[in-house]
Design a protein around this ligand. Structure first.
Ligand SMILES: C[S@@+](CC[C@H](N)C(=O)[O-])C[C@H]1O[C@@H](n2cnc3c(N)ncnc32)[C@H](O)[C@@H]1O
Length: 340
């Protein structure tokens, strides 16, 4: 297959595995190629790189999504003069027999060749939370982190409002942190987050301790668990965090994605960041990076005004270069560094 066709098929693969919106696929380029080609090998290749890809077979996207994608692919095929392709229709028949579920999988391909597989909810709000899906700010923050991995390398990272874990799992797989503390406060989100971390091959540490202590000939010995990074999931509510929790955390870097959308919880978030800076054993404040989707400019301005009011400095981080996860370019995401 020609290099340009291979690249086109890979573009379909990357978008399909992460279940990006169908309108974001390079359909016009595909139509163009089909017009000039007399065989169906490109379509077969796309089918095997998407719905029949081993990752999607093991961890499938939603039935609705697969059905919509395949219907579109069949339309493109039918608009050509090529012979009917049984494999397309057999695959569609197979999907039409499947039942819809409230959960689906998404597989995000990392530049290292690895992937992040997440079990997500099909609805953007469910069980009273927005935390059961991955938001564009999480993809944006992970892209920035991958390009700036030295910020995370060998450091303890605390993520606030982790949701179901995309950013943290991507950073843990690519940026070599010493320890990564995921956190959230919603019970269902914490459960799904924990399952996703394990699904990606990590073993979680107990929440409060990163090592096991043993008695040996009267001496205390620390038996370290050598999995790197050490991953923990903490139940952390910004509005009611305790002194003990803050003392235990000791992060070098704090990150969060899409946590500024409600003025009430914004104040709790800022209050918690302020406290975190004062609980560092070495007196060195952590670096803080918050990724926003600016949906309502008033909320964004209010957040910055609150920071100004209590003397927390902030600066906008320059945009990174590469789009790895192909989120919607119109989603207007910005990363702020807070100087706490
Ligand atoms: C829009 S979701 C973003 C999830 C994830 N960071 C992402 O971008 O995909 C907001 C997250 O913040 C969490 N959250 C909201 N208020 C919180 C609070 N007071 N304490 C801790 N987490 C909170 C929610 O449970 C949810 O997981």
């Amino acid at each position: 297959m020609a290099a340009a066709e291979e690249e086109l098929a890979l573009g379909f693969q990357r978008r399909f595995l992460a279940a990006r919106p169908l309108r974001s696929f390079p359909w016009p380029e595909l139509e163009q190629k089909l017009k000039t080609s007399s065989d169906s090998s490109l379509l077969v290749d796309i089918l095997h790189k998407t719905i029949l890809h081993p990752l999607c077979v093991k961890y499938p996207s939603s039935v609705k999504y697969r059905r919509g994608f395949l219907t579109e692919l069949i339309k493109k095929h039918e608009s050509t003069t090529a012979e009917p392709l049984d494999e397309l229709y057999d695959t569609l028949a197979d999907i039409l027999n499947k039942e819809e579920s409230t959960h689906c999988y998404k597989n995000y391909l990392l530049p290292t060749g690895e992937s992040v597989t997440l079990s997500e909810n099909v609805a953007i709000i469910s069980r009273g939370t927005t935390g059961l899906v991955t938001w564009d700010a999480a993809l944006h923050l992970a892209e920035w982190a991958i390009e700036n991995s030295t910020v995370f390398s060998n450091r303890t990272v605390l993520e606030l409002g982790s949701g179901i874990g995309f950013t943290g799992i991507a950073i843990s797989k690519t940026c070599n942190p010493k320890a990564y503390i995921f956190s959230d406060y919603h019970h269902c989100v914490l459960k799904q987050l924990t399952e996703n971390i394990c699904l990606n091959g990590f073993v979680l540490e107990p929440e409060t301790t990163n090592h096991i202590e043993m008695q040996s000939q009267g001496q205390k010995v620390e038996v370290m668990n050598y999995q790197k990074p050490k991953l923990t999931v903490a139940e952390l509510d910004w509005g009611s965090v305790t002194e003990k929790q803050l003392m235990d955390l000791q992060p070098d870097v704090i990150i969060a994605a899409d946590v500024v959308y409600d003025p009430e919880i914004t104040l709790a978030l800022i209050g918690m960041l302020q406290k975190l800076s004062t609980y560092r054993a070495d007196g060195k404040p952590p670096e803080v990076y918050i990724a926003f989707t600016v949906r309502n400019p008033d909320t964004y301005h209010q957040f910055k005004a609150e920071l100004d009011k209590i003397g927390i400095g902030w600066q906008i981080i320059p945009a990174h270069r590469n789009s790895i996860f192909l989120y919607d370019l119109h989603s207007n995401v910005t990363i702020l560094q807070l100087l706490i």
